[in-house]
Ligand binder design. Structure first.
Ligand SMILES: C[S@@+](CC[C@H](N)C(=O)[O-])C[C@H]1O[C@@H](n2cnc3c(N)ncnc32)[C@H](O)[C@@H]1O
Length: 238
C-alpha cells in the first residue's frame, strides 16, 4: 500500500465535511467566515467538496483571514489521503484595511487581530503546518506562483471593484479543475460580474451555483505547469 493514495472523491460524505467545519468553527481563534447552517450559505463545505472531487494537487486560496477555510481544506485532504498543499494569499493586515481603514488590526466581529500570528496559531492548533503555505500579500503576488500549478482555487479576497475579476484572471490559467467563488449575492455585484465572466469563458463551465457559492470547472486546455505537477504526482503514487 503506498502511503499516499491518489483518489477522486465523487460524492464526499457531507456529514464528514460538516464534522470538519464544526471542528474548525469550535476551536479556531477568531472565526470562520461564511459558515451558516446549510450548504447553500456554507461555502466552506462546497470548497472541501470540490477540492476532494478534484482528486489531489495544490489548492490556492485568495483571502484567508484566520485560516478557517484553508484549515478545513487541509483537514479534508488529510482525511481522504489526497496529496497537495494549500497555498494562502492574504495581506493579513486587519479586516479589509484598504477598504475600511481604522488603523487597527482587529476583526470587529471577534476582536481578534487579523495577523500572521493568529493565522499561524490556528494552523499549529489544527496540526496542518505540513499542508499550508502562507504568502502574506495581496493576490497579485500569485503571478510568482505560476510554476506550482493548482488543481483548485478559492476566490474569497477583495469582493469589490476590480478585485473579483482580477482574481479570476489571476487563477484561471494556472488552475486545472475547479475554481470556487465566495459571495455570489446581490450585495457583491462585482463578484457577480466576475462569476458571469467565468461562466462566459469557453474554457470553463459552471457546475454548481447555490446560495453564495459559484463553481466553474475547466473543460479544455489544462495548463502545462499543472499537467507536469499532476504527472509527477501520479508517478509518486503509482
Ligand atoms: C472574507 S475574508 C476570508 C475568509 C476566510 N476564507 C475564512 O474561511 O474564514 C477575506 C480576506 O481577504 C483578504 N483580502 C482582502 N483583499 C485582498 C487581496 N487583494 N488579496 C488577497 N486577500 C485579500 C482580507 O485580508 C480578509 O482576510
Amino acid at each position: 500500500m503506498p502511503d499516499r493514495v491518489y483518489i477522486t472523491v465523487e460524492g464526499p460524505d457531507i456529514k464528514k465535511l460538516k464534522w470538519i467545519t464544526n471542528l474548525v468553527k469550535r476551536d479556531i481563534l477568531g472565526r470562520v467566515a461564511n459558515v451558516m447552517d446549510n450548504k447553500e450559505t456554507n461555502n466552506v463545505e462546497v470548497v472541501m467538496e470540490y477540492v476532494l472531487r478534484a482528486g489531489g494537487g495544490n489548492h490556492l486560496e485568495i483571502g484567508t483571514l484566520f485560516g478557517g477555510s484553508a484549515i478545513a481544506v487541509a483537514l479534508a485532504k488529510k482525511k481522504y489521503n489526497q496529496p497537495g498543499m494549500v497555498v494562502c494569499v492574504d495581506p493579513l493586515n486587519g479586516y479589509y484595511q484598504d477598504k475600511f481603514p481604522d488603523h487597527s488590526m482587529m476583526d470587529k466581529v471577534t476582536n481578534v487581530p487579523v495577523t500572521p500570528t493568529t493565522l499561524f496559531h490556528n494552523i499549529t492548533k489544527f496540526g496542518v503546518g505540513d499542508r499550508v503555505l502562507v504568502l502574506r500579500s495581496k493576490s497579485e503576488a500569485i503571478a510568482n506562483l505560476v510554476d506550482m500549478g493548482f488543481t483548485t482555487a478559492y476566490i474569497d479576497g477583495d469582493h469589490w471593484g476590480d478585485g473579483p475579476l482580477n482574481d479570476w484572471n489571476l487563477v484561471k490559467d494556472i488552475t486545472s479543475r475547479y475554481v470556487i467563488f465566495d459571495n455570489l449575492d446581490e450585495f457583491h455585484i462585482d463578484v457577480m460580474y466576475a462569476c458571469g465572466c467565468a461562466d462566459d469563458d469557453p474554457k470553463w463551465d459552471c457546475v454548481y451555483q447555490e446560495g453564495i457559492s459559484f463553481v466553474v470547472e475547466r473543460v479544455v486546455d489544462v495548463p502545462l505547469a499543472t499537467m507536469d505537477v499532476l504527472e509527477r504526482m501520479e508517478c509518486q503514487t503509482a
